[in-house]
Design a protein around this ligand. Structure first.
Ligand SMILES: [Fe+2]
Ligand SMILES: [Fe+2]
Length: 189
């Protein structure tokens, strides 16, 4: 069955109360929209997969539960297999090959959105739109900055997607800037 964006939003909110996790879903959604347009693919589908990819995480934050539970819930509720596999593919331990552009894009933007959020938050104006690509690249090399973000996932994700790192960072940043109010990173200008 095909679900629309409204239903995806409701699903995310049904299972998630943590505002950071909601913002993470919105960030990944925006980035997936941008990549669907870039590849000439279905924007709504990619957006929805991005929005819900971590919907079960708050209640199931471990490798033995996150996505195992979420994918089962999606399946029970009649979500289409394609979408479920795309959602599941973002974690290596699920063993689902990332062999479609949608799966590659989801993996490539997932960690990067979190990293870009951190880059915006250390700016005095907290403006995502004004985060500089050069400064992001520099911070990626700075191991002390947001240790939780796996640098290797950022690099290999972009590579597997076939995009140059700087272009990738720019595209994801610009996508996040389109929802900067919702992300709480509107800046002052
Ligand atoms: Fe996840
Ligand atoms: Fe995620």
């Amino acid at each position: 069955m095909q679900f629309n964006r409204d239903e995806a939003w409701k699903l995310l909110n049904e299972f998630t109360t943590n505002p950071s996790l909601i913002k993470h879903g919105l960030s990944v959604e925006a980035a997936m929209r941008a990549y669907a347009r870039y590849f000439g693919e279905d924007e709504e589908t990619w957006a929805i997969v991005g929005l819900i990819h971590d919907f079960d995480y708050e209640q199931n934050p471990t490798e033995s539960t996150h996505l195992h539970v979420g994918c089962a819930i999606l399946s029970e509720r009649g979500w289409s297999e394609d979408w479920i596999l795309a959602v599941g593919s973002h974690a290596d331990y699920m063993g689902i090959p990332r062999d479609t552009p949608m799966r590659k894009a989801l993996f490539a933007v997932d960690e990067l959105t979190g990293f870009l959020t951190a880059c915006a938050l250390v700016r005095p104006d907290k403006s995502i739109a004004d985060v500089r690509i050069k400064s992001v690249k520099k911070k990626l090399k700075d191991k002390a900055f947001v240790r939780a973000v796996n640098r290797n996932d950022v690099y290999t994700g972009a590579e597997a997607l076939g995009v140059e790192l700087g272009d990738h960072i720019e595209r994801v940043r610009d996508a996040m800037a389109t929802v900067s109010e919702e992300l709480g990173l509107p800046g002052t200008s």
